[in-house]
Design a protein around this ligand. Structure first.
Ligand code: HEC
Ligand code: HEC
Ligand code: HEC
Length: 655
């Protein structure tokens, strides 16, 4: 071949390649414009809308499981301890003297809460993931009965009533309470609770059951949130009263106090509307104890001290004489011991004003705080032996149960359950997530605002601008992998940056999280699954959900008018994550917002992350297209009938 021919064919080849590349480029630009419905694109890659497969996401992949203790129950003779291990689907029995596990039982569905009957013959277990309560015969140590209850049952309590033996289970996902006959298992009532009922206690005579609800609800983002205390009659399941904890939430434990007609629930006092820059003044959140007295009056008292905080209060146990309360601080790795006689003494002389202002006075805790006992990692649930001598503490992120002598107020042993999971970055990341030591004076942890990696349902004032300006609704971290950019403004391109130095400066007011801990933290965040994904994706849609799906993917209105590409729901909320990861303006800028472009949120698990929109103004999904509809800028909805809107919402709830 002549040299010139080689050159010419080479040139032709380059030209052809160049032409193809240019053609591809033009096609790509046109394609992306068509797919986004807009001309101005900014930075968009093919990855914004393609190549995402849920099966490939970190949270959909197999991960190590750990023998982390959840619920605890002590036998009436004080000799045996039962422990639920939700992550490995087991319930185990341990010997209180040898501190060894003696028997194991496989029980599917994430066994979580435990309750024993009066004689210790039946152990009742809530299976959080399969929405059931199971009964275990403790002699044979095998499951003998099981029943479907509401969704996501966590805590359960047993009581003998005049009408027979009862169980009261808190269904954290369906926001209701299952009241059951204990033998055989039979549901007799399912009254509505507050938001995320999470703990249950009954009085010794079985006449009253208290259910504490984890999340608070606010009228609107600018009003103080309140969480509900639901009080019911376990014999009939009838609601007696609904009272509320003002500006307090995350009640993850509750106890009825014998002899005093009190119910005690550890809570987090929130001041979400105080700018977060006030962390240094201790004005953002603190731990408290809500006390409901015999007249149903509620007084909140502090659990913290002026310069030392005991973040994320969780389980509570009270002795049978009603003299002492023990409260786990999940973020502070400690147990607080309270003298209830001294608390009663303070309460008796406190007037209305003193009671109302008590929670703000961190020096008050000295009046009734007896001791703080250090524990292993992330103490959550507590159980006392019937004689009150021994306190068992579940060390959730260390796979062990600590045994505390309550006379000496000292740990005396530990029941090992697993290896602690220290070699698993996800487990280590969860420790970072739940630990308050990264915050100034140990005031709070990530979990304080993102319980279970989810939302707390509140809007926060994060920027140092005007009070109440640019409020930001909390965002769920469940299913957050691959949905970058983060934040409502979409300003953070990665989880490392989201949780990095600026975050430490603004939110936690201390040194940044060390790099190796930050790596573990992001591994944990990426492994947080979208709720109930595995189950839901195999379930067929109901007719209403299917009609809603067609509306979501519609390209024209029922009357045949085309919906512009840019306003079709699925253009922005593109499956499978239901986001195209781009910023959009959908007419939701409020009078106190400085921007009108917001990150297109993913919609996985959307049913459970109310309130909605960047500032949390919409309390329900319906409100997005009724109270806060935006003249068809946020999807085209003005033609929709009430029924069509309901169908759309029904579909959204399946995501
Ligand atoms: C903003 C979202 C978005 C972006 C960015 C995007 N696409 Fe698409 N793409 C779509 C949509 C919507 C479809 C229609 C089919 C579907 O729903 O999967 C599609 C379809 C396609 C198809 C199938 C042929 C067709 O036109 O139906 C190809 C090939 C494709 N895209 C390639 C690309 C490439 C290459 C890039 C990067 C240059 C890209 N896409 C970027 C949204 C996008
Ligand atoms: C005081 C409450 C609070 C604390 C503490 C907190 N967060 Fe958040 N988090 C929020 C709020 C509110 C948002 C929404 C803020 C925004 O969009 O700008 C958010 C957003 C996020 C996002 C972005 C989610 C998304 O989809 O864009 C991530 C990731 C996150 N938080 C992780 C963490 C981690 C990790 C910690 C602990 C290091 C933490 N958060 C501590 C309240 C909190
Ligand atoms: C142009 C892009 C776009 C279209 C089209 C669109 N959305 Fe959105 N969607 C957004 C953005 C951006 C937000 C966040 C707005 C805000 O927070 O103020 C949002 C918020 C939402 C939310 C609330 C999420 C949360 O966590 O608070 C839901 C639910 C939702 N959209 C569903 C839909 C449905 C259903 C449709 C069709 C009727 C639709 N969207 C059409 C971009 C879009």
């Amino acid at each position: 071949m002549k040299r010139s021919r080689v050159v010419i064919s080479g040139l032709l080849g380059v030209l052809a390649l160049g032409g193809t590349a240019a053609g591809l480029r033009l096609w790509s630009i046109a394609h992306v414009r068509r797919s986004t419905g807009r001309q101005e694109l900014g930075f968009v890659t093919c990855h914004h809308c393609h190549f995402v497969r849920l099966e490939q996401l970190p949270w959909a992949k197999a991960r190590p499981h750990h023998r982390s203790p959840a619920g605890l129950a002590v036998s009436p003779d004080g000799k045996k301890l039962y422990i639920a291990l939700d992550d490995v689907n087991e319930v185990v029995e341990a010997d209180g003297a040898t501190l060894q596990v003696t028997r194991n039982l496989k029980l599917d569905g994430g066994p979580f809460g435990l309750a024993l009957d009066a004689r210790g013959e039946r152990l009742y277990v809530t299976c959080r993931d399969t929405d059931r309560v199971a009964a275990i015969d403790t002699r044979e140590f095998k499951a003998v009965d099981s029943i479907a209850v509401g969704a996501g049952p966590v805590a359960i309590a047993f009581c003998a009533t005049k009408a027979g033996d009862r169980l009261v289970a808190a269904n954290s996902v369906s926001d209701n309470i299952s009241v059951l006959e204990a033998s055989p298992l039979k549901e007799i009532a399912r009254p509505q609770a507050g938001r995320e009922p999470c703990s249950v206690a009954v009085t010794a005579d079985g006449s009253v059951a208290f259910v504490a609800n984890r999340l608070a609800v606010a009228e609107n983002p600018l009003t103080a949130p309140e969480s509900e205390l639901t009080v019911l009659d376990p014999a009939s399941g009838r609601i007696l009263t609904r009272s509320s904890f003002a500006s307090a939430h995350l009640a993850e434990g509750i106890a009825a106090v014998p002899g005093r007609a009190w119910a005690l629930a550890p809570v987090v006092k929130v001041r979400n509307l105080v700018p977060i820059t006030q962390v240094a003044n201790g004005w953002v959140m603190s731990s408290g104890l809500a006390l409901s007295d015999s007249q149903g009056r509620i007084t909140q008292v502090p659990l913290d001290e002026a310069h030392d905080y005991f973040a994320d209060p969780s389980g509570i146990a009270v002795d049978s004489a009603g003299r002492r309360a023990y409260i786990a601080s999940g973020g502070g790795d400690a147990i607080s011991v309270l003298d209830l006689d001294r608390l009663a003494h303070w309460l008796a002389k406190a007037d209305e004003t003193a009671r109302r202002e008590a929670i703000e006075d961190l020096s008050l805790s000295a009046e009734y705080m007896l001791a703080r006992i250090p524990t292993g990692r992330n103490p959550r649930q507590l159980a006392l032996s019937p004689d009150g001598q021994i306190l068992f503490v579940s060390e959730r992120l260390q796979d062990s149960v600590l045994v505390v002598d309550t006379t000496r107020l000292k740990p005396v042993g530990r029941i090992p359950l697993g290896d602690g999971g220290g070699s698993d970055p996800i487990r280590r990341g969860e420790r970072v997530f739940t630990k308050a030591a990264y915050t100034f004076e140990r005031q709070f942890s990530c979990r304080s605002c993102h319980p279970d990696g989810h939302v707390d349902g509140l809007s926060y004032d994060f920027d140092g601008d005007g009070l109440g300006d640019n409020l930001l609704d909390n965002r769920s971290l469940q299913g957050v992998a691959a949905t970058e950019p983060f934040k409502w403004t979409g300003k953070n391109p990665s989880l490392e940056i989201q949780c990095g130095p600026r975050f430490a400066r603004v939110l936690m007011r201390t040194d940044p999280i060390p790099p190796e801990d930050l790596n573990d933290l992001t591994a944990f965040l990426k492994a947080l699954p979208s709720p109930r994904w595995e189950r839901q994706r195999h379930q067929p849609l109901t007719p209403a959900q299917e009609r809603g799906r067609q509306i979501f993917f519609a390209t024209e209105t029922p009357a045949g008018t085309p919906i512009p590409r840019a306003r079709q729901c699925h253009t922005c909320h593109r499956p499978p994550l239901f986001t195209n990861r781009l910023l959009s303006s959908v007419g939701t800028k409020g009078p106190r917002d400085s921007a009108d472009l917001f990150d297109t949120p993913h919609l996985l698990g959307i049913a459970h992350s109310a309130p909605y929109l960047h500032d949390g103004r919409a309390r329900t999904l319906e409100e997005l297209w009724t109270t806060y509809q935006t003249n068809d800028l946020h999807g085209v909805s003005s033609h929709m009938t009430k029924r069509q809107l309901n169908d759309l919402v029904e579909y959204l709830k399946t995501l």
